[in-house]
Design a binder for this molecule. Structure first.
Ligand code: PLP
Length: 402
């Protein structure tokens, strides 16, 4: 018996069974063809069955599918680390791999705490974070997050003294640094676009001010780009605009082909661990970190991203979304937000979206709204016609008598 994610198993609707997938299309057991409008949780940026990625994985599987990174290393992980070192901005050069975004967040938060401990400061136990943030479902990631809809289990522990949440407003940011700078080890954000918290978008000036304050008080700035990385905001990485001390990538890292993530540190962070003292080492090591199949897929994914100029594909997607939504309004809609390869229609009352998954299915689109958010995060290889069809389906929902 499968226990499905984020579901009340008693009332859950049957999931659609997928038997094949290619490009933007999912093929179901009952013979339907659906455009995947949310890229399998925002990860499959190249669509399904991309020949280059499939070939990379198959070729590696014929050599070896996995070896541990403890005491061993291999070419796929070395090549991927070298590529990321060259490709990521500034001195974000030190790659710690892990098997999922949540674990990569745990690693980042552990790094930030230990960074200060290694420098002799054990008082910095607090993490600054944003309201409505989402950083994964493991425990420290849940604490850093602020999403009662996902993490109400934390209620059992009462107020957490080690996490401070602020809205994306500069005066609140300055106030938090004023009050807590001695006890903060890091400030973790989903930069520009808060995904699971409701596709909320904010301005880069907030991050620029955060960078200044973090520098002033030696607080590490962590960008959780598990969702926003690889072009989703219309920037390759938000880290290209404002450089964090630690950058976390996941989801689209492998093109969505195999679960993998990376926590990338800059020189300043790495140097605080680099020592003759064994107690200053980072004590972490997921069994499947640096998995050769995942690293082979990730390397090819980045090469395709560059060679096929995905950034221009993404700006086309943004342009089409803006054009198609320009004259669209409905009294039940609170706001329509568009950024890069993401569109969100927020409704005033979540009951308005009840039944949309089935409606989209009837129109040949897979979509899965949550709470009061109907959104699309399409694979970047989508054609104009397919994208317009996704957007038409979203708009049609507000016109029909459901
Ligand atoms: C999805 C997500 C995570 C968690 O990644 P998993 O691979 O699901 O563990 C963390 N942070 C952000 C911003 C995410 O969107």
């Amino acid at each position: 018996m499968i226990w499905y994610p984020y579901e009340q198993m008693k009332t859950m609707k049957e999931p659609y069974e997928i038997v094949d997938a290619e490009g933007v299309y999912l093929y179901t057991k009952d013979g339907s063809r659906l455009i995947d409008s949310i890229s399998s949780w925002w990860s499959t940026i190249h669509g399904y069955k991309h020949p280059v990625l499939t070939e990379a994985i198959t070729a590696q599987a014929e050599k070896f599918s996995h070896v541990m990174l403890g005491g061993l290393t291999h070419e796929p992980v070395k090549k991927l680390a070298a590529k990321l070192e060259e490709w990521l901005p500034g001195d974000l050069d030190y790659c710690f791999f892990s098997d999922s975004g949540s674990v990569a967040v745990e690693v980042a938060l552990k790094m930030a705490l230990q960074y200060h401990m290694n420098k002799g400061d054990k008082e910095r136990t607090k993490v600054l974070s944003l309201t409505n943030s989402y950083h994964g479902d493991t425990f420290k990631a849940m604490e850093a997050g602020d999403d009662e809809d996902y993490h109400f289990v934390l209620e059992a522990y009462g107020k957490n003294e080690n996490v401070v949440h602020i809205p994306t407003e500069i005066p609140e940011l300055e106030k938090a640094f004023d009050e807590y700078h001695d006890s903060l080890n890091s400030f973790i954000v989903e930069p520009l676009l808060q995904g699971a918290g409701g596709m909320l978008m904010y301005d880069v000036s907030f991050l620029e001010r955060a960078r200044e304050l973090c520098d002033e008080y030696d607080v590490l700035l962590i960008f959780d780009e598990v969702a926003t990385g690889f072009g989703r905001t219309g920037n390759r990485f938000v880290a290209d605009l404002v450089q964090p001390d630690i950058l976390i990538l996941g989801k689209a890292l492998t093109g969505g082909y195999i679960g993998h993530a990376v926590t990338v540190a800059d020189h300043k962070v790495y140097d605080a661990f680099y020592s003759d003292d064994p107690d200053k080492a980072l004590m972490h090591g997921p069994t499947f970190m640096g998995n050769p199949l995942a690293c082979s897929a990730a390397l090819k994914s980045i090469e395709v991203f560059e060679e096929e100029d995905y950034m221009s594909k993404i700006s086309d997607i943004t342009r089409i979304m803006r054009r198609e939504m320009a004259d669209f309004t409905d009294p039940r809609i609170k706001e329509i937000r568009i950024m890069g390869g993401c569109i969100c229609i927020e409704v005033k009352d979540s009951s308005v979206l009840k039944g949309f998954r089935e409606f989209a299915y009837e129109h040949g689109v897979f979509n899965r709204p949550f709470l009061s958010y109907m959104y699309a995060m399409v694979p970047y290889i989508i054609t104009e016609e397919e994208l317009v069809h996704v957007l038409d389906t979203m708009k049609a929902w507000f016109k029909c008598d459901y």
